[in-house]
Design a protein around this ligand. Structure first.
Ligand SMILES: [Fe+2]
Ligand SMILES: [Fe+2]
Length: 292
């Protein structure tokens, strides 16, 4: 059995004091917005969740973006130490979120500090593939700098084309394909907060299939079944922010553990959601059989 943990949207806090020059951009509205949200994303909540995750001793950890808040250079300085706390790049796979690509050049800053957690076994960039035991992790990037008041994501045709080819090859190899994407493929949120080319993404999944899609961004627990090839269904599952305090607007901090067994054509996969309750203890919140 292979155990994969999924954690997302740590929104590492507290925010370093921005320089005035850094606020002369989209960061200004982001900074005001952060001031409203700093009671939500709490370092002590994140630390408690990570401690519980470590005690679960997963074989691998997937992190689906939004490390930063307004992409200050001081925020990126914290990303590598935080990822290293989760584990070395061989055991932890990360992708960026829209907050990591908040302004032009931000994604480059993230790659400079955390690139070893965000590339394929062949050293390649997005969409990248990592093989671990029976599992193939496919890392996508939806983080493009966007205008003010826009938190959408875009994959782009070139990335989608390579992604489709990878899914086909990995199915041939009989691997359990896990797709890491920051924005949910299906979301009830307005267009300026959604994946803009979600229809194209869904067409790729319908044609090539995948065993599991995991995402962050909406900061809520979510499970949607996508259409796969030949009448199959693909679970698309989101987790809340890993630092979200209980009793705030969105779901409290949680992560998912996937226990994967079997072989191609006869996979078994169970999910356990563990998260923070109102009394700030961490416990199993939900168990779901996804496959088998
Ligand atoms: Fe987020
Ligand atoms: Fe996001």
């Amino acid at each position: 059995m292979f155990t994969l943990a999924h954690v997302s949207d740590p929104h590492l806090a507290p925010l370093p004091q921005p320089r005035l020059r850094e606020l002369m951009s989209k960061r200004l509205t982001g900074y005001i917005n952060w001031k409203r949200r700093e009671h939500v994303h709490r370092p002590e909540v994140l630390a408690a969740l990570v401690a519980d995750l470590a005690s679960a001793k997963p074989d691998h950890i997937a992190v689906t973006g939004d490390f930063a808040n307004i992409a200050l250079s001081g925020e990126f300085d914290r990303v590598a130490p935080w990822l290293a706390e989760l584990g070395p790049p061989e055991q932890v796979t990360a992708i960026p979120g829209n907050h990591d690509a908040y302004v032009a050049g931000a994604l480059h800053s993230l790659e400079r500090v955390a690139g070893t957690w965000m590339r394929g076994d062949d050293g390649g960039g997005f969409p990248f593939v990592r093989r671990r035991g029976p599992v193939a992790l496919i890392g996508l990037n939806t983080g493009l700098p966007t205008p003010w008041f826009d938190a959408s994501g875009t994959l782009g045709e070139a990335q989608l084309g390579r992604f489709a080819a990878q899914l086909g090859q990995l199915a041939q190899a009989g691997l359990f394909r896990v797709v890491l994407i920051h924005h949910p493929p299906v979301s009830p949120r307005p267009e300026n907060k959604r994946l803009r080319d979600s229809a194209a993404f869904l067409r790729v999944i319908a044609a090539q299939g995948a065993e599991l899609v995991i995402h962050g961004h909406d900061h809520v627990q979510a499970l949607v079944w996508l259409e796969g090839p030949h009448g199959t269904r693909v679970p698309s599952i989101g987790v809340p922010s890993a630092s979200a305090a209980p009793n705030t607007e969105k779901d409290a901090a949680a992560y998912n553990l996937y226990r994967i067994a079997g072989t191609a054509g006869a996979w078994r996969c169970d999910m356990e959601m563990r998260g923070m309750r109102g009394d700030r203890t961490i416990a199993a919140l939900k168990r779901v059989t996804l496959l088998g």
